[in-house]
Design a protein around this ligand. Structure first.
Ligand code: ATP
Ligand code: MG
Length: 402
């Protein structure tokens, strides 16, 4: 365990934590608190007066540094303060908070947190988890966008729309796209795309902490368009999602780090995985149909997301699926109801949609000139994909308000 961080930069989504101290006992003690923390790889480094710089000679900088200081640690902190803030990893200092000299030196070395000894497991875990999450938010480079589809009312078409928008992101917009299906009991996405999975979401969750950008490939099924799929292998799996929440978070971050787009088909029941995706999503597509119950439930779902989950209202796009101009509930009624959201329409075309699903061919490939396909192309464009210019300008146009 007591070794410097060496070797090539890891593509793993785990965060490298380096514990440095002039006392190997102190390192062992701190390691005992976080050595097995999920999502972190923890190593230690013993410092001495000839080598007080915790970062000297490392071939890559750890994601965060825990420096345990005592009265003799001035040189270690001074060594750190000589690095520019870009070169220095986020620093947590552990030691005697009453030692004024150490505190000042720690601040000069850019410490983000100062924990008093003896440090408790919970405090330390909270501090490193907070730093890890700040790092993820501060480095959007390489971060894919997360687009979630959810039904206002069950059966409104979220799975069909998620699948086909993801396919258009891959096929038309040429974005490196992964489609994630969260329905653990009725995993229909593999059938909608007619792809065979060797492994699936549950198997990926089993090993989530050890996966990296290359290893995740073994858990994805690939559609001929280039679209990747991660969904449950077998229908009917019952998961204790609370227990797997950390692993799901790790897996989602891994997908976002390795794909331009992650499209998630979110089941209607708001279980832990779904809540996590909705809170994390860059865009949420909420499907509604032109009926009173559908409008009622979609309004409630929108309220739940904005009020309970704190989703900013402008992240939600309402899609009226199976839109029909002469339906009793008019588009204007829906626009009034969702005055803070853009509202788009996908027309009703039972035959083209049902056939595309039945044969397992996305509708862009199955019925390229259908009204549904044309509206879906506009929707994917609206969601930040892109469209070949020849595809533009079809009727019915997606109407956007707000
Ligand atoms: N634009 C459309 N026009 C005609 N039929 C549609 C359209 N969109 C979806 N459908 C039909 O609605 C059915 C249900 O849609 P989908 O397969 O997306 O399930 P879902 O709404 O996600 O259901 P669940 O709530 O159970 O997850 C599909 O079988 C399809 O035939
Ligand atoms: Mg569904």
């Amino acid at each position: 365990m007591l070794e410097g961080v060496r070797g090539p930069v890891s593509t793993s989504q785990k965060q490298d934590v380096l514990i440095a101290s002039n006392s190997s006992e102190a390192i062992e003690r701190i390691y005992g608190l976080i050595g097995d923390a999920r999502g972190f790889t923890v190593k230690g480094r013993v410092l001495d007066s000839r080598g007080p710089d915790p970062l000297a000679g490392l071939t890559h900088t750890p994601d965060m540094l825990l420096l345990r200081v005592d009265a003799g640690s001035q040189a270690e902190l001074e060594a750190l303060s000589r690095y520019s803030s870009d070169e220095r990893p986020p620093l947590i200092v552990i030691g005697d908070v009453n030692h004024a000299g150490c505190m000042r030196a720690a601040m000069q070395a850019g410490a983000r947190d100062f924990l008093a000894e003896p440090v408790g497991k919970d405090d330390l875990l909270e501090a490193i988890t907070r730093l890890a999450s700040e790092r993820r938010q501060a480095s959007p480079a390489g971060q894919g966008q997360l687009t979630a589809f959810i039904n206002g009312k069950g059966g409104s078409g979220a799975t069909f729309l998620a699948c086909n928008v993801a396919h258009l992101f891959a096929e038309v917009a040429q974005l490196n796209t992964v489609l994630l299906g969260l329905d653990t009991q009725f995993a229909s996405l593999p059938r909608y795309l007619d792809v065979q999975q060797k492994r699936g979401l549950l198997e990926a969750l089993d090993v989530a902490d050890d996966l990296d950008g290359a290893a995740i490939g073994a858990y994805l099924a690939r559609h001929e368009s280039g679209l990747s799929l991660l969904a449950c292998l077998q229908d009917g799996a019952l998961l204790q999602q609370e227990l797997l929440a950390d692993r799901f978070d790790t897996l989602l971050e891994l997908l976002l780090a390795n794909f331009d787009r992650c499209v998630v088909d979110v089941p209607h029941a708001l279980e832990p995985f779904s809540v996590h995706v909705l809170e994390r999503a860059d865009q949420i597509v909420l499907t509604v149909q032109q009926s009173v119950p559908s409008l009622h439930d979609a309004t409630r779902m929108c309220d739940l997301m904005t009020r309970k989950l704190g989703v900013p209202p402008n992240r939600i796009t309402v899609v009226v699926n199976r839109y029909h101009r002469s339906a009793a509930i008019e588009l204007a009624d829906i626009q009034r109801q969702f005055s803070n959201q853009p509202v788009a329409c996908i027309p009703n075309d039972y035959r083209a949609v049902a056939e595309s699903i039945n044969v397992g061919v996305p509708i862009y490939s199955y019925a390229k000139r259908s009204a549904v396909t044309k509206s879906l192309i506009q929707l994917q464009e609206q969601l930040g994909g892109s469209t070949a210019s020849s595809e533009k300008g079809f009727f019915p146009k997606i109407r956007l308000t707000g």
